[in-house]
Write a protein that binds this ligand. Structure first.
Ligand code: ADP
Ligand code: MG
Length: 349
């Protein structure tokens, strides 16, 4: 008798969940990214007990077609890519088709979604990967996902969870980054009924900076803008007199995705050079736009790490643009914005 067999789908999903759903903030990340990909302009996130008892994400995006809703919870099921060439020009935040089946395998999930303005929606309840209810309901266009009792059926993972405060910290940090990345979306984050963040969705990134870091921080920001043939860079950097004790105040956004990049951080700090006191870091939001073909996001399941095709050019652009902005405000003598952007800047140090 053959000893090797293919795992059943439920078990395979539970294994994948170990990688995709590390903690409550991973659920928040995946659900909110789906809401952004669905073109939502309003996303409400409600958390209870650090996300361990409830993560609810409600959006006003395009919704899921009633006939597609079961498929959406199948492994490797996605509406975002279809050919291997798509993989090399990813324009959405998701594409792996792994989040929903993974989350549903390790929680009690309710999904209500409607893709029309008729008020007709479909509701699906999945507990530990098994569909326990499936019925027509009435709901506005959009999607409402509630994930309860995360890891209830994987006690080893549950035991590993940190305090409510720690889990909430991860969630709040991630939502802040997404709100900075998407100033055109109105985000609300509530924990146990208390509003932790509310953004207006006006498209004004300084407003989002003010909502997260306070109005005095927002007032101490300088705009940056620059480009080269491949990359477009915009954002805000703090004046050198507003600094922080760590790098957490640096948010880098690439094609709408919040990423962590050593290359971006390094070139940014290089531009400030001696303007920052030792072990102090600026508050920065940088948005980079580029052709998706120049970017590899398929490095890690969380997609927070990326590879740039022309990293040296990108580093040079960031350094040049940030120096120019600091120069324009006389923080760097001799450096200025305007037509000299493509010329090397000479920094006095
Ligand atoms: P991926 O995002 O990688 O495609 P997911 O498992 O996260 O995979 O979601 C599967 C599919 O379900 C998505 O491709 C999308 O079509 C649909 N979907 C999930 N969440 C939403 C949402 N909030 N609004 C509309 N469609 C959604
Ligand atoms: Mg997704």
């Amino acid at each position: 008798m053959s000893k090797i067999k293919v795992l059943d789908e439920q078990l395979a999903n539970q294994i994948a969940a170990g990688e995709v759903v590390e903690r409550p903030s991973s659920v928040v990340k995946e659900l909110v990214e789906n809401a952004i990909d669905a073109g939502s302009t309003e996303i409400d996130i409600a958390i209870e007990e650090g996300g361990l008892t409830l993560v609810r994400v409600k959006d006003n995006g395009g919704g899921i077609e009633p006939d597609d809703i079961i498929t959406a919870f199948q492994r490797h099921a996605t509406s975002k890519i279809s050919t291997s060439s798509d993989l090399f020009r990813i324009a959405s935040l998701g594409f792996r088709g792994e989040a929903l089946p993974s989350i549903a395998a390790v929680s009690r999930l309710t999904c209500i979604s409607s893709n029309a303005d008729t008020g007709l929606a479909r509701k699906l309840v999945i507990e530990g990967g098994n569909v326990t209810a499936d019925e027509p309901v009435s709901a506005p266009r959009g999607t409402d996902m509630s994930v309860r009792d995360l890891f209830y059926n994987t006690p080893a993972r549950l035991k590993y969870m940190k305090s409510i405060q720690t889990e909430l910290g991860h969630i709040s940090d991630y939502i802040n980054r997404l709100a900075l990345a998407h100033p055109g979306i109105a985000f609300t984050l509530k924990h146990n009924g208390n509003v932790l963040l509310r953004t207006m969705g006006t498209g004004d990134r300084l407003q989002v900076i003010a909502a997260i870091y306070g109005t005095s921080a927002a007032k101490a920001m300088l705009p940056v803008a620059g480009s080269d043939p491949d990359y477009e860079l915009t954002g805000f950097i703090s004046k050198p007199d507003l600094t922080r004790a760590n790098r957490n105040g640096i948010t880098a956004v690439v094609n709408g995705r919040y990423i962590r990049s050593h290359a971006v951080n390094q070139s940014l700090l290089q531009a400030y050079h001696t303007l920052l006191p030792i072990n102090r870091f600026p508050l920065v939001v940088l948005e980079l736009g580029m052709h998706p073909g120049l970017l590899d996001v398929n490095v890690h399941p969380s997609k927070m790490e990326v590879r740039f095709s022309k990293e040296a050019e990108l580093r040079a652009l960031i350094e040049r643009t940030v120096k120019a902005a600091l120069g324009a405000h006389r923080y760097i003598p001799g450096a200025s914005t305007g037509s000299s952007r493509s010329k090397p800047l000479y920094v006095q140090d």
